[in-house]
Design a protein around this ligand. Sequence first.
Ligand code: HEM
Ligand SMILES: CC(C)=CCC/C(C)=C/CC/C(C)=C/COP(=O)(O)OP(=O)(O)O
Length: 298
Amino acid sequence: MDQTQPLPADWRDLFALTKPRVMSLVVFTGLCGLLAAPGSVHPVLGFTAVLCIALGAGAAGALNQWYEHDLDAKMKRTAGRPLPSGRLSRQTALHFGVGLSVFSVILMDLAANHLAAGILALSILFYVLVYTVWLKRRTAQNIVIGGAAGAFPPLIGWAAVTGDVTTLPILLFAIIFLWTPPHFWALSLFVRTDYANAGVPMLPVVAGITSTRRQIALYTFPMIAAAIAPWPLGLTGWVYGAASVVLNAVFLLLSSAVLANRAAEPAGMGPEKRLFAYSILYLFALFGALVVDRWVLA
Ligand code: HEM
Ligand SMILES: CC(C)=CCC/C(C)=C/CC/C(C)=C/COP(=O)(O)OP(=O)(O)O
């Protein structure tokens, strides 16, 4: 096919419904969980398991947008999405999301095992029902609890290979679980008026900027502990150990800069934006180091 030809609008919109940029990191952590697991899996089955994580995560993103069409329409950042802009109908999004969710879980069950399929189903339900439907519009702790959904993929990847869940994948879960508050609250500080206008009780809207900066710093400490722990516990080698020490030291510096920032209005390329951007690089690099440690330099 001619790569210069744009895809038909409906395909592009269905693709956008899966939140591909955010989900790329979700899928990467799932892939790393799979590659870090002991033992081996047939490459076709391994590929299928990662594909199922991608499809399940994309389906969850579509269902999130189906439910949030009203909120998305009120925020600058999201008003151009396929549903608020009227390029796709809500019914299409619902059918796409439900169909893809069911398909991804069944395929995971066939390609891997019941445990991996069960955790995939749990992640989808958690993101859609616990985060999107229940908590997001009700409490500033929405992402602390609901964010657990995004921490499941390494467990799914691991379970797809081994059929069980042990200390290392639980620590990988903990890293993402504790990383989500600094990741999201750093961003929420500079888009908080959007959330305030839409009536979403995100932390900076409810508790203010100073308190949010403190909470970001507070979550950084247990996150660092969880991220370094696999090394002293003997679950990884020195490559992961060295990478995690450096990556976490930078995280600590950047989150201290957020804590120390006295600017009344987080704006421009300030400490908050730097921490948000770094949080993404951090997770890619940390999980990448885990795989390098296990495969390349073991
Ligand atoms: C409840 C938990 C989370 C919330 C509320 C949240 C929220 C957000 C928001 C609002 C953005 C901004 C832009 C966008 O929509 O593309 C964003 C960006 C991003 N998030 Fe999160 N996030 C969460 C968890 C995660 C998790 C678990 C991952 C991956 C493991 C992740 C990966 C990313 C990435 C890669 C981006 C950058 C996307 C881009 O370049 O446009 N997020 N997040
Ligand atoms: C395997 C599987 C099912 C994984 C689920 C992945 C998951 C929970 C990712 C969370 C990241 C995410 C898209 C947050 C957006 O929050 P938001 O919906 O509040 O953002 P928005 O304001 O951009 O809509």
